[in-house]
Design a protein around this ligand. Structure first.
Ligand SMILES: NC(=O)C1=CN([C@@H]2O[C@H](COP(=O)(O)OP(=O)(O)OC[C@H]3O[C@@H](n4cnc5c(N)ncnc54)[C@H](O)[C@@H]3O)[C@@H](O)[C@H]2O)C=CC1
Ligand SMILES: O=C1[C@@H](O)[C@H](O)[C@@H](O)[C@H](O)[C@H]1O
Length: 326
């Protein structure tokens, strides 16, 4: 799988995120090259392959995953495709960096956790790139330093200027909130035990039927509360903020920052994420793990909170999160 100077990577699904990952592998990531560019739209695969010298375009994602000239896979297909494609990576014993969310239901994410355990080796990393963002890392350091005292509450803002037409109310949870779910677990070091989704007056500029904004309150196992404003049709810019309030101080990230979109905002974090993954895959034969950072369990835990969030979206009631052991 490794032992080579350069990891041979297939990028599967080359829309917005996948094409961006191909570019970073070609231009900035050390120790990897893109050998296969795959998309069910052959023209798109060919167009993106054109900027990865030495790569070939493959339409069938499963052919790409199984290919002999592919050591590892970056999965950036639509979320509904992740389950089957991650399982194909596990079957081929190939490390995979799967874009978030791991899958769209808790059951299928748990199945991946179990299948990975059966395989005997950690192969699945989930694309929670905020864990590689310098501002999140500084916030984590501030918490760990003890300067804030015990964290009690956190406030988050997650705004997009706009979203594609296919974006529905459930995607605000599964595609957007999923990042704050992971950030909460990562920064506070606890699981989330309940979630409540409130529905403020919808933005008149939002597509009919899209509940936007949404206000979410999550509770961790020790009773800390984290509120999240999700607003995906703000019309203004991409904004991600967080404030953690502890017994003896508070710390923030993202205030005063506005970007055109996530690609610009988190560019350095995506670079760091993919580089760390490539390094972990190279080190895998020695360490026994082909993952750096968020793995299949993190993908499952986030999916379970999303599932509870989707139930709450319907009723507005607080819903408990039940995590099953694999
Ligand atoms: N980490 C992050 O900040 C972000 C992550 N994402 C995630 O990346 C993934 C892709 O999202 P986008 O790039 O925004 O979507 P997109 O719609 O721009 O691109 C998806 C691509 O996958 C292709 N595709 C469709 N069916 C496929 C299949 N069965 N197998 C392989 N490819 C297939 C489509 O033709 C398209 O080119 C999603 O899981 C999404 O949640 C998206 C945006 C930001
Ligand atoms: O994952 C992402 C998108 O899918 C989602 O639409 C955005 O809201 C997130 O901030 C971005 O990181």
């Amino acid at each position: 799988m490794t032992g080579r100077d350069e990891l041979r990577v297939a990028v599967v699904g080359v829309g917005v995120m996948g094409a961006d990952h191909v570019r970073r592998i070609v231009e900035r990531v050390r120790g990897a090259r893109c050998t296969v560019v795959s998309d069910v739209l052959p023209d798109r695969a060919a167009a993106v392959s054109a900027f990865a010298p030495g790569s070939r375009a493959v339409a069938d994602p499963y052919d790409a995953i199984a290919a002999d000239d592919v050591d590892a896979v970056v999965l950036a297909s639509p979320a509904t495709m992740h389950e089957k494609q991650v399982l194909a990576c596990l079957a081929a014993r190939k490390p995979v960096l799967c874009e978030k969310p791991l899958t769209t239901e808790a059951e299928t994410a748990l199945d991946i956790v179990r299948r990975e355990i059966e395989s005997g080796v950690e192969l699945v990393q989930v694309g929670f790139m905020r864990r590689y963002d310098t501002e999140y890392l500084a916030l984590r350091d501030a918490i760990a330093s003890g300067k804030l005292g015990t964290p009690l509450v956190a406030h988050c803002v997650h705004r997009n200027p706009s979203v594609p037409d296919y974006f529905d109310s459930s995607m605000v949870i599964k595609d957007c909130l999923v990042h704050e779910i992971d950030a909460t677990r990562y920064l506070l070091g606890e699981e989330i035990r309940s979630v409540q989704v409130l529905r403020p007056t919808p933005n008149s500029q939002a597509r009919r039927g899209l509940q936007d904004p949404q206000l979410v309150i999550m509770e961790t196992t020790s009773g800390r509360l984290v509120d999240v404003e999700l607003f995906v049709t703000s019309g203004i810019g991409y904004e991600v903020r967080m404030e953690v309030v502890g017994e003896s101080g508070s710390a923030t990230l993202g205030f005063g920052r506005k970007s055109p979109g996530f690609i610009d905002h988190f560019a350095a974090a995506y670079d760091a994420e993919v580089q760390s993954w490539v390094d972990a895959v190279h080190a895998g034969p020695a360490t026994g793990s082909f993952v750096d950072g968020p793995g299949a369990w993190d993908g499952y835990a986030a999916a379970a909170v999303c599932a509870a969030g989707l139930l709450s979206l319907q009723t507005g009631n607080r819903v408990s999160v039940e995590l099953e052991q694999p």
